[in-house]
Write a protein that binds this ligand. Structure first.
Ligand code: ACO
Length: 335
């Protein structure tokens, strides 16, 4: 009996705004300091999309175009685009539709997926089903967030954490099942929603002078319970996916963690028994870019990866949402 067909990553691309917001810049805006930010989070700087005319769909569009160029296909050949985001351009039309239109992906259908910092993993799992089942041949999964549009730059407890970016992957079938997504564990618990959310503008609190006066259009986070839940849940689920697939730390080439906090990343790596040298970390340069962090790591590390390597992707985010995905890398490094 042949192995079931899997969805393999056949292109990876990232896009970052040019403007840098450093810890020194933040010191001038709120009562904080470089040392506190670096020791508590691991972040030194983040990128900000300053152009007021540009939104999440513009960043996602660049990713779609970059993926097609890398794979040598036209945007018209793409069947489906899923955009994981908590900062859509607007409620509707979806950011996926806007990005497809801008990129010329005129034959693709698409939708947005909301799972905060776990958004890319939820979307990757979803997109991979369409490929593995054989109903779609070219599926793009993008994580894109313009976090600066919902961050209160007078709130020192959140404004130091987030940055803007987009990144994504193209999924195509591997009929042999030898590479691509092998297993996924995804979880959520709405009881954690109260600790990390943006309350304004939805059907519960439609935008009004009052919601704006009360700053409900910004992220609010109670950092400690989020931190506690993240440390345990991300580590547990990363260990669980190894255990149920009989993978040892030696079998794992790379841990690709969501980049929210260096201490959460270290706790996950420790639980898995994986050393820092096998963990993708770029939080120092970009901060927490929500749905974009994991594909951004894959993009930055792409030329250090070889086909067949085992990667464990792992995330925790608002919702609460969390999960891990085991995949076997499929791409050769660029020459
Ligand atoms: N600069 C200086 N001091 C600060 C700052 C700052 N930027 N922010 C908070 N402080 C102060 C606090 O006021 C507090 O002072 P107090 O003791 O006098 O009250 C002190 O520093 C300690 O605050 P804590 O909140 O306990 O600090 P903690 O060590 O927990 O670090 C952090 C805060 C970094 C936010 C941490 O809790 C964390 O990483 N939480 C998880 C974030 C996360 O993973 N989010 C999920 C993903 S996001 C998403 O899904 C969209």
């Amino acid at each position: 009996m042949s192995s079931p067909q899997t969805a393999a990553i056949t292109a990876v691309h990232g896009w970052l705004p040019e403007d840098i917001l450093s810890n020194a810049d933040l010191e001038k805006m709120v009562d904080t300091n470089d040392e506190w930010i670096r020791t508590r989070t691991g972040i030194s700087e983040r990128r900000i999309l300053k152009d007021p005319e540009k939104a999440t769909s513009d960043m996602a569009c660049e990713v779609i175009k970059g993926l097609c160029t890398q794979r040598g296909i036209t945007p018209e050949e793409v069947d489906l685009v899923i955009v994981a985001t908590v900062t859509p351009d607007m409620f509707f039309p979806s950011t996926a539709q806007l990005a497809c239109h801008k990129a010329g992906a005129s034959n693709a259908w698409g939708f947005d997926l909301s799972a905060a910092c776990s958004g890319f993993l939820f979307a990757l799992r979803t997109g991979s089903q369409f490929v593995a089942s054989g109903t779609h041949s070219k599926v793009i999964v993008v994580g894109a967030d313009k976090m600066s549009s919902i961050v209160d730059y007078t709130d020192r407890t959140t404004c130091v954490l987030f940055g803007d970016a987009a990144s994504g992957v193209l999924l195509e079938a591997d009929a042999s099942g030898a590479t691509g997504i092998q297993d996924a564990i995804l979880r959520s618990d709405g009881a954690g929603g109260q600790y990390l959310r943006m309350q304004g503008g939805g059907s519960l609190n439609p935008s009004s002078h009052e919601t704006v006066d009360n700053k409900l259009h910004y992220i609010e986070q109670d950092g400690r319970p989020v931190f506690k839940a993240a440390v345990t849940s991300m580590a547990d689920v990363s260990y669980e996916i190894m255990e149920r697939n009989g993978l040892t730390a030696d079998d794992v080439s790379w841990l690709v963690p969501h980049q929210a906090n260096l201490r959460i990343i270290d706790a996950t790596a420790n639980r898995m028994g994986v050393g820092r040298d096998k963990v993708m970390i770029n939080i120092e340069k970009y901060g927490n870019t929500t749905a974009a962090t994991i594909p951004l790591c894959l993009w930055e590390w792409r030329n250090r990866l070889t086909p067949g390597e085992n990667l464990i992707l792992s995330a925790f985010g608002g919702g609460f949402t969390w999960g891990s995905i085991w995949l076997k890398w499929a791409m050769e490094p660029e020459a």
